[in-house]
Design a protein around this ligand. Structure first.
Ligand SMILES: [Zn+2]
Ligand SMILES: [Zn+2]
Length: 347
């Protein structure tokens, strides 16, 4: 099969031939039709993820496709089914998995990090009966691919972890894939949304999908600006970037008894990005701090129904579609200023 690989962290990725994956008794091989390009793929390429130890490595963790082969012990799916998979695959048998929290399964497996990912024609998923989700016939592969990491995690944060309501004022720091999804999802619940970014292009995109207020943090202190807009602070903050600065600014921007959702990842190997939580503020305002790490397959039906019913429009977040051949350059450029919105690779 064709696959994007890199031979060591930071070395130029390239397209090459790799062996097709073969399913184990409980795994499924999916023919990838579309796969999203996410900032975590860039972190993986940069060597910020210590779980990657076998090279050459293929990244990619949010994707959709059709089942090409299934293990002998699988009962729920058949070859040809149109499917997607959360970026965290659970073991299916532990306490977390059995309580629909596979996103924090201690025995979890992530394609593109713990093994070969979806920047390839085929990818194998373990415990497939537990982890695979069928997608509606009406949903395109590109849209389905865009859900698996950033959109689903934002959905879980703003709908399931904190049940966002029309009375909420939600401040979202970072208008990349997570942040744009968070804006759309918070607006779908009727909340007032404040979007923060350093890029005017990203903020213009944020306005186009419903943000009520935008703050360029390069021009204005966002903590002060949010206080001026809200009086006592936001009721919900989302760190959609994942940095020591944005996570701290989120917590400082909350009103008493507000909720912070940490969705942007903070790679532990980057020492200067280790966040310091202002715990005096947490206790003084009785703040709630939630880590949000994906969404299990069990919670997908509600999100897919919201999309089918027209409450959410993830297709509006897809700004760019590219080929696998264009993916190496796009992956290396992920830390550069680029067009706002999600990039999807069509296989
Ligand atoms: Zn991701
Ligand atoms: Zn588990």
């Amino acid at each position: 099969m064709r696959a994007l690989v890199f031979d060591a962290p930071g070395l130029t990725p390239y397209i090459t031939e790799r062996p097709d994956p073969v399913p184990l008794p409980t795994s499924a091989v999916i023919k990838v039709e579309a796969t999203g390009l996410c900032r975590s793929d860039w972190h993986a390429w940069m060597g910020h993820d210590q779980d990657i130890s076998i090279f050459p490595h293929t990244p990619g963790h949010e994707f959709s496709g059709t089942i090409a082969a299934i293990g002998s012990e699988l009962t729920k799916f058949k070859v040809g089914d149109r499917v997607t998979v959360p970026f965290v695959s659970g073991c299916g048998t532990c306490v977390q998995c059995l309580s629909n929290n596979a996103q924090v399964c201690p025995n979890q497996w992530q394609p593109g990090f713990d093994g070969p990912g979806s920047f390839a024609e085929f990818v194998a998923i373990p415990h497939a009966d537990f982890n695979i989700v069928k997608i509606p016939d009406s949903m395109s592969y590109a849209v389905a691919a865009s859900l698996g990491c950033r959109f689903a995690t934002s959905y879980r944060g703003l709908v399931l972890v904190h049940e966002t309501q029309a009375t909420d004022t939600v401040a979202i720091f970072g208008c990349g894939g997570i942040g744009l999804a968070a804006i759309m999802i918070a607006k779908s619940r009727g909340a007032t949304v404040i979007a923060v970014d350093l890029s005017d292009n990203a903020l213009t995109f944020a306005l186009s999908i419903g943000a009520d207020h935008v703050i360029n943090a390069g021009d204005t202190n966002p903590v002060v600006a949010i206080r001026e807009l809200t009086g006592t602070g936001a009721s919900v903050t989302v760190d959609a970037l994942g940095s020591a600065i944005t996570s701290s600014q989120c917590i400082q921007s909350l009103r008493p008894r507000g909720h912070h959702l940490q969705i942007g990842l903070l790679p532990p190997v980057v020492i200067q990005e280790r966040a310091t939580v202002p715990m005096h503020t947490v206790i003084g305002r009785e703040l709630h701090i939630h880590g949000v790490h994906g969404m299990s397959a069990a919670d997908y039906p509600r999100m897919l129904a919201d999309i089918s019913n027209g409450l959410l429009h993830p297709e509006k977040l897809i700004a760019t579609t590219i080929s696998l051949e264009e993916a190496p350059a796009a992956l290396m450029a992920m830390d550069k200023e680029r067009a706002p919105g999600i990039t999807v690779i069509n296989l």
